[in-house]
Design a protein around this ligand. Structure first.
Ligand code: DX5
Ligand code: ZN
Length: 212
């Protein structure tokens, strides 16, 4: 099985965001991973729904929107409207995870849940039928270019077992390079987010291919 690659535009040139998204599309990105940070849930600030809307016309690839914001429910409709296809919330950032996931699906979008490195996979036990994607953070969220936390490989394998035959994607985010990509794929992940690894040189297609 070949994995999907979701380049994170956190590492893109923000002054040329539309062009960067078109380049990722041409380079074979499966999803466009969009990191939304609020300076509160995570110690960094990026952009909101208007920016997502502005880049929507530059590609037809699915927008994989990773919300690192708290509270999250009040802003979910704005991201749905801006053109998100998958909307992922952090389990740690919502008091009512099942409700947040239901809200996303009620807007016709795929619902994702993300777990920080210290969060056990057991929080997923009762929402498996309410979720389309599980995002395992292999770094503490907030910044690109951090080192992969090896303990998360075991978590991926445990989640793979938990989901059984359900059509749930397992995505990994943080510190992905050719070496850690293989560890994650072998453990059961099928979508890999990569920021630095894709944007390190202008050869986005080659950089994406190297991760598969
Ligand atoms: C971190 C973000 C990631 C980040 C990954 O909080 O969620 O998506 O862009 O960057 P790299 O691939 O450089 O670790
Ligand atoms: Zn992310």
């Amino acid at each position: 099985m070949t994995v999907k690659i979701a380049p994170s535009i956190l590492s893109a040139d923000f002054a040329r965001l539309g062009e960067e998204v078109r380049a990722l599309d041409a380079a074979g990105a499966d999803y466009i991973h969009i990191d939304v940070m609020d300076g509160h849930f995570v110690p960094n600030l990026t952009f909101g729904a208007p920016v997502v809307k502005a880049i929507r016309s530059h590609t037809t690839r699915p927008f994989d929107v990773h919300l690192m914001i708290e509270p999250v429910d009040p802003l979910i409709p704005a991201f749905a409207e801006a053109g998100a296809d998958i909307i992922t919330v952090h389990a740690e950032a919502t008091r009512h995870l099942d409700r947040s996931l239901q809200l996303i699906r009620s807007l016709g979008k795929k619902a994702g849940v993300s777990l920080n490195p210290a969060t056990p996979e057991t929080v997923l036990a009762y929402i498996l039928d309410a979720v389309d994607l599980i995002l395992v953070m292999s770094v503490n969220p907030g910044f690109g270019g951090q080192s992969f936390i090896p303990s998360q490989v075991d978590k991926i394998a445990r989640i793979k077992k938990m989901i059984g035959s359900r059509p749930i994607e397992i995505e990994v985010d943080g510190g992905i390079n050719a070496k850690t990509a293989k560890l994650c794929a072998d453990a059961g992940a099928n979508v890999l987010v990569a920021g630095s690894a894709v944007f390190q040189t202008p050869e986005y297609a080659a950089n994406i291919a190297a991760l598969r």
